[in-house]
Structures are given as C-alpha cells and as structure tokens.
Design a protein around this ligand. Structure first.
Ligand SMILES: [Zn+2]
Length: 587
C-alpha cells in the first residue's frame, strides 16, 4: 500500500521528534543490551540462587555492569563452584529443608551469616592479591567496597560478637551500607565475595570461567543466557535482572508466546511481533523505577530464557532459527516501529483499535482490523474456534450485581452493537427498572465471562440486526461504476489522475450542501452521531442468554492461530505481518 509522500515525511518527522532515550529509529536494528526484570517489587528476593546448567559453563565471575552495560569483572570463583546464593548483607539464617535451603532474615533455626565482620588492615590493588591474603584465614573473604579490595573475616550477628572475636587481635569491626550484597556458596554460611558499591553500582554476576561457547544458568526453574544483576533498590530485597542482547532476549520470548512446534514462518512472524513490541516497551521505559527495561511477565512479554526442562516449554532449534532468520527486523509503518499487539485467536476478524481501546486510528493506522479468512483452517486444533457461555436471566443478573450493576432489579434485555467487521463493540444491558449499563470491549470479556468480543447471543448477531448507519454495513463503495473500493475502516480519496490513497478518519472533514464544514467523528463515521458506536444493533431478551462465539484475546493485530494457518498455506512471515497490520512492512 503506497502512501502519499508528504504524509509519510510528516509522520516520520513526528516519530523522530518523539523518540526519547538513547535508542533512535535508525538504531532500532542494533543488537542493544536489554535489562529484563526477573524478580522485583514485592517479588524482590531475600536470597537469589544461581546454578550452572551442566555442560554450559562452570564457575562464576563477580563484578558490576557499567553505564553502557558492559560487564566489569572484579573477581571469580574456581571452576568447581557450581551453585551460588546472593543475599543481602543483613543477618541471614540458612536452614536445610530436604534437598533445598530456606533463607530468612529472622532466625529460622538455621545457621547464621551475620552482618558484622573483622576487616584486616590494608587494602589490595587487585582480586588475586586480596584473594591470596584472604586464604590465610579460615573464614576470610574478599570484599569490594566502593572501589577498594579488602580482606574481611567472620560473619557475626552483632558488633559485640565481632568485637569479642577480635579480642586484642589486629583489624577493625565493620559492617556494610544498606546496598551491600554477599555472594555465598548455596547452602553454606561461607561468604565467597562481598560487594558494596553504594546506590551507584549493583553486583553483577557473569556465569562461567572456562570460556564455554554457550553459557546457560538456572534461576528459579528456567535456564538463562547472559549475566545477572542484584540490586538493593533503596536498601530493600534483591531485584534480580538478566542482562542479555536484544536477539537473545527475543529467543527467550518467542517459545513462550507461541508453541515451539508451530510452523517456522509463524514463529518468524511471532519474532517480528515480539521484537517490535519490545522496542516500544523499552521506549516507554515503564519499569525505570526498578532500573530495568522490560519485565518477564505478560505485562511486557513472557520471557523464560532457554526455558525449563519440559520439552514443550523451552526454546528449541526451530524457535532459535525463527529469531536468527529475522535478526534485527521489525514491523514498520511510515518510519516508526509498530505497536505489534497480538492475541491467540480472533475467531474470524480482528477489530479496530478505535473500537477496542478508543485509541486514535491515526496513531495506529495498522491496527484497523481485518477480516481473517485463514484462522478457520485451524478450527480442529484451536480450542477457542468455538465456545459457548450460557446464563439464565437470574444468573446473568446475579453476575452483574456482583460487579455492582443492576442492584435491586434484573436484566430485561441486551442490546448488542456490532462493528463492520462483525465484532461486538458495545453491550447495553437493559434492566427491568428502566435503567441500563453499557459495556465497551475493554470490559465486555470480563463482565460477561467470554473470551473474545466475537459472539452472538441466543443466535442473534451481526447478520440479524438493523444498521443504524447511513451507509452500507459492509463499507464497500462503487468506483468508476465498475470497480469496488473495499475499505472498511478508513476513507480513501481518488485524485484527478485516478490514483487512490487512504485518508484517516481523524483527518477527515465533510462539506455539506449548505457549505458548512464539519470534522467527521472518528468514532461514529457511519453516521450514528448519538455518542454510542454505530453499526448493526440487535436486541436480545429471553429467560436465558447463550453467548456463542469464537476467538480468544483482545482482537488487535496478529492472530497467532491465523499466523499458523497462513504459514500452512505457504505464506511467508512478512506476508503474515503485512496482512494483520495493513500498510506495514518488515525491514
Ligand atoms: Zn512489564
């Protein structure tokens, strides 16, 4: 789809101006480092364990990440050290619990790692000399305190205990700041390394001291590539961040957003979506208070690195290939990386972002919604290809009342409003007392307990109602008497030379017969004008309400089952992207 150049240039300029941070549009293809939050906020940890994935590296390096996210090594374990536990420099008790260990900052009956130590006189210029000196004490360890290597011994609960242990010997009793972190051997009270960089620098751990080709490390049931950072934000528990390059990050997203057994072209399309979505997530910088770029949940995108031991929940050669084959590629619209929203299944048509979220189509012209002729191919595999949710009137009334609607009355009928694409964009619940509540797509799924906004009720749906719009419901317009211009979610203009270009509704003005100029309402373009979405409406009443539908998710952008179907039909990943996000291209 070709765009008018002037508009392209204007949008490109606007996009270039609003880019913030250090990552510009032109640099989107660079394989920058990504900080992925694994444990943070209320999930920050008292103790954080790491274990080498056998065969993928041995031992660990200690250090920190500089401002460019380069790892600066300060020290290292031997190759035989396979399991580490990072703890705060607070009194911490370690209790053996079967084959694992429980760490607590209050006495759990286990062994104590205290927060007071004896610091030996002098400082050291490097780790090896400090380490050699520490080895002269049975409980000695190397500490790196604000840029200085020290040798410390012991780990006492109180200053007095440390003072008593010191007696008349040489050294000074010390603690750390509230930003300190100890590296210990898992299950033991042995401190291997103590790090205190104040609020400016956090401990970094980079697995492997052998130079292994591929390094992977277990953390909380998943294997991750790259390094880890342990930060006590405001002196709190450990915020754990995995630091990897963009392509490695995407390899850790694709298999958890789409099954690793799916066709390669569908997985490649998923990689484009994940990378584009990540780009915009990083730009938004919403986790900056935790000092990382993206979290590992559906809030951003599910990320589990190389995955668990389950073959169905891990990266494999196919998912890695999908990422490598599309490395550095994003979905673009007019010079900006697209907001590549996707959901599992649209059930036949995606929907305009204007109808789903009330967002402007001029901001997201490619989230205009498309009729999907492919997804139905997968009906036998897609458990959401058809679903039914039924309520008696009493049950529906009770469900609504539990959410605060229709208290003291009962449901008398439902008025469903359908978009041109056949999705439900409003449900008005009419109550016996004459009052009503209207629900939009942002709440329809949760209020009615349905998995998509593509449904009919008691068999009455898009095809059975009346159109409140002034034009045809399909949006097809005759062109030059013979052709047909099918454009369901935006208007097109035909120039004097006969070329056709699309115009966004938000930019559209109409001149009436009397000469008055009015902006066309982007939410009500087919002429309803009453403040509620226009389109086909149907009214349903009865002693029960049976919602029969298809699809699962918010219905924006790519359908994952549709991508599977398109790949099966021989479409390539860029064709899949360009179909679900009209007007975009992959680059
Ligand atoms: Zn997030």
């Amino acid at each position: 789809m070709k765009k008018v150049f002037v508009r392209f240039a204007a949008l490109f300029l606007a996009a270039a101006i609003c880019v913030c941070g250090t990552w510009t549009v032109s640099a989107a293809s660079s394989n920058r480092m990504v900080r992925v939050g694994l444990a943070y906020g209320s999930g920050a940890l008292v103790n954080a364990n790491l274990e080498n994935n056998t065969g993928y590296g041995s031992g660990y390096r200690f250090g920190y990440y500089d401002d460019s996210l380069n790892f600066v090594e300060l020290g290292r374990t031997s190759q035989s050290q396979t399991a580490l536990t990072m703890i705060k420099t607070q009194n911490t008790w370690v209790l053996k619990n079967g084959s694992s260990y429980t760490y607590s900052n209050s006495d759990n009956g286990g062994s104590l790692i205290g927060c007071y130590h004896i610091q030996m006189p002098g400082s050291y210029s490097d780790y090896s000399s400090a380490s050699a000196a520490a080895a002269g004490y049975s409980d000695g360890f190397v500490a790196w305190i604000d840029g200085e290597y020290q040798v410390r011994t012991g780990a006492y609960a109180t200053k007095e205990d440390a003072q008593a242990a010191l007696g008349g010997g040489e050294g000074t009793v010390v603690g750390t700041s509230s930003y300190g972190v100890n590296v210990t051997a898992t299950g033991s009270t042995q401190i291997l390394f103590q790090f205190d960089g104040g609020s400016a620098r956090a401990l970094g751990i980079m697995p492997d001291v052998t130079g292994a080709g591929t390094v992977r490390t277990w953390f909380k049931g998943y294997r991750y590539y790259g390094g880890f950072r342990y930060e006590r934000i405001n002196g709190g528990n450990l915020t754990v961040v995995n630091i990897v390059d963009m392509e490695t990050y995407i390899k850790g997203v694709v298999p958890y957003e789409m099954s690793n057994s799916w066709p390669l072209e569908a997985l490649k399309a998923q990689a484009i979506c994940a990378r584009s979505y990540a780009y915009n997530n990083i730009q938004q910088n919403k986790h900056k208070s935790y000092h990382f770029d993206v979290c590992n949940t559906t809030d951003c995108q599910v990320y589990c690195g190389a995955g668990s031991n389950s073959s169905s929940y891990q990266a494999n050669a196919r998912t890695d290939q999908a990422v490598e084959a599309t490395a550095g590629q994003y979905g673009w619209y007019d010079g900006s990386v697209i907001e590549a929203y996707y959901s599992a299944s649209h059930g036949g048509a995606s929907e305009s972002v204007a109808n789903v979220w009330g967002s402007s189509l001029s901001t997201y012209p490619y989230l205009c919604g498309v009729t999907d002729p492919y997804e139905a191919d997968m009906a036998d595999k897609n458990s959401y290809s058809s679903w039914t949710v039924s309520y008696t009137t009493a049950q529906l009334t009770s469900r609504l009342q539990s959410k605060g609607y229709g208290v003291g009355t009962s449901v008398s009928s439902l008025t469903l409003t359908y978009s041109d694409l056949g999705n439900v964009i409003a449900v008005k619940v009419n109550f016996e007392n004459g009052k009503s509540n209207t629900f939009k797509p942002t709440t329809i799924r949760s209020v009615f307990g349905v998995s998509s906004i593509r449904f009919n009720v008691n068999g009455q749906g898009a095809g059975s109602g009346s159109s409140s719009g002034s034009g045809s419901a399909s949006g097809n317009l005759p062109v030059n008497g013979s052709g047909s211009l099918s454009d369901q979610d935006s208007y097109s203009v035909i120039s004097g030379s006969g070329s056709i270009s699309s115009v966004q509704r938000d930019d559209l003005y109409a001149i009436s017969g009397s000469g008055a100029v009015d902006k066309v309402d982007s939410q009500n373009s087919s002429g309803g004008g009453s403040g509620t979405p226009s389109g086909t409406t149907v009214q349903v009443s009865g002693s029960s309400y049976s919602f029969n539908g298809s699809g699962n998710g918010h219905q924006l952008g790519m359908s994952q089952w549709g991508a599977y179907a398109m790949a099966n039909r021989g479409y390539t990943y860029d064709e899949i992207i360009e179909f679900y996000y009209p007007g975009t291209y992959v680059k």
